[in-house]
Write a protein that binds this ligand. Structure first.
Ligand code: FES
Length: 91
């Protein structure tokens, strides 16, 4: 899912079974709802990835190349908001 393709904030969610079942399944819904309420806002690109062997640290998620561990659906909103704030500061 992509909103506005110019210089997007990149969110990569581990879709491996461990991360998915322990929270990323809910985080995806949170991100989708967030994007639906922010049409026309800075670009956010969301994609999934396969298990990268860091299941013990999960649920894992990556925002703009930085890995985050033990991410829960509440925390994911904070990560996205932080990325948006930093993006505005950089422009
Ligand atoms: S399932 Fe996410 S790192 Fe293994």
């Amino acid at each position: 899912m992509v909103q506005n393709s110019a210089n997007p904030i990149a969110i990569t969610i581990c879709m491996g079974s461990s991360c998915f079942s322990r929270g990323n399944n809910r985080s995806i819904g949170v991100i989708q709802s967030f994007l639906e309420t922010r049409q026309g806002e800075p670009a956010i690109e969301v994609c999934g990835r396969l298990c990268e062997g860091q299941c013990k640290l999960g649920p894992n998620l990556c925002v703009n190349g930085r890995d985050y561990h033990e991410v829960d659906p509440v925390m994911v909103l904070g990560l996205v908001n932080d990325a948006l704030v930093h993006r505005r500061e950089d422009t």
